[in-house]
Ligand binder design. Structure first.
Ligand SMILES: Cc1cc2nc3c(=O)[nH]c(=O)nc-3n(C[C@H](O)[C@H](O)[C@H](O)COP(=O)(O)OP(=O)(O)OC[C@H]3O[C@@H](n4cnc5c(N)ncnc54)[C@H](O)[C@@H]3O)c2cc1C
Length: 284
């Protein structure tokens, strides 16, 4: 199979590439299909680039994004098994990984089913659900570091905390997980999906939870107790189903979401003397 050449697009509409369907245009968006492509873009732009995964945690402003945006393509999209390990490229969509695991009876990712993310984004954010996180079964991962060097990091060399990792300024290329076969994966995935759909708002585009849960507390409950469920600004709304979700009713923009986020922070702070921390990543 021959690899595609690097793709460069100008003035790309970013709203289409984010889960919440908000965002202006990218001045330059590169899709790198090989490591060489990736390294050449990094060297041309002094590593000053944004990495776009599944766009499921990104709130992008409505104007022109001047910083170069880089997406990973073909060479970063494969899944393979070697001995006791499952190797997954960082551009692999979670839905594709879950399907692969279903077909092959591989356990370890069922609890994440339903999240519209890529593996790179899940690792960077240390995504978690139902008390399990993507880093639990990780063995090691390959990155391009801030100096443009490719290296392998063992799990013990990375700090993973709640919705965060020490992988800042690194580009994740692929990761290896401990291979674990299990029966009944389909049933487990369905169960987790049902639980997710019963509590989260999937009717409208969103970024999932907007704020991190403070220790021992649930941000959604705090927001709900301030009477903010259903609050609308422009075309953005605090979900009536899950108060930590802001949904796009159709044509919401960055300012609408930003307004609701400020309002939430303000109300929760006044009521509980507690400042909610943002979980989403802003590109402005
Ligand atoms: C409906 C819905 C439900 C959600 N549920 C959950 C949940 O249960 N648990 C949870 O933790 N999150 C959840 N999220 C949030 C989101 O899916 C996660 O934060 C996810 O990890 C983001 O992955 P992504 O590929 O979409 O990354 P993006 O949103 O594209 O990017 C997020 C960050 O990761 C960086 N990044 C992406 N790829 C790479 C790479 N290869 N190398 C280095 N950095 C990279 C980006 O630069 C950016 O800083 C949900 C979101 C939605 C829309």
């Amino acid at each position: 199979m021959s690899l595609k050449k690097i793709e460069l697009s100008k003035q790309v509409e970013l709203a289409k590439l984010t889960a919440i369907k908000i965002g202006g245009r990218a001045k330059l968006l590169f899709k790198a299909h090989t490591i060489d492509d990736l390294l050449s873009v990094l060297s041309d732009f002094n590593s000053d680039v944004y990495i776009l995964g599944g766009g499921s945690n990104l709130l992008i402003s409505d104007g022109l994004i001047e910083k170069v945006i880089l997406q990973l393509g073909q060479e970063f999209s494969s899944i393979s098994r070697e001995k006791d390990y499952l190797q997954v490229g960082s551009a692999v969509k979670l839905s594709v990984l879950i399907n692969y695991c279903l077909k092959n009876g591989i356990a370890g990712f069922e609890y994440l089913a339903g999240i519209p993310a890529s593996l790179g984004g899940l690792l960077y954010m240390n995504a978690s659900a139902f008390n399990k996180s993507i880093s639990d079964n990780l063995i090691d991962l390959s990155v391009v570091d801030e100096n443009g060097r490719i290296k392998t990091l063992k799990k013990s060399e990375i700090t993973f905390t709640y919705r965060s990792s020490s992988l800042k300024n690194q580009i994740i290329l692929k990761a290896r997980f401990k291979l674990r076969h299990e029966a009944g994966i389909y049933k487990k995935i369905n169960l987790y999906l049902k639980r997710r759909i019963s509590t989260q708002d999937f009717k409208f585009p969103s970024l999932g939870c907007i704020f991190k849960n403070p220790p021992e507390l649930k941000a959604g409950k705090l927001i709900d107790s301030c009477g903010l469920k259903g609050k609308i600004k422009g075309q953005a709304q605090v979900s009536g189903k899950h108060a930590n979700f802001i949904i796009n009713l159709g044509k919401a923009n960055y300012a609408d979401v930003d307004y609701l986020m400020s309002l939430i922070k303000d109300k929760v702070y006044k009521k509980y003397n507690l400042l909610l921390k943002e979980e989403i990543i802003r590109w402005t």
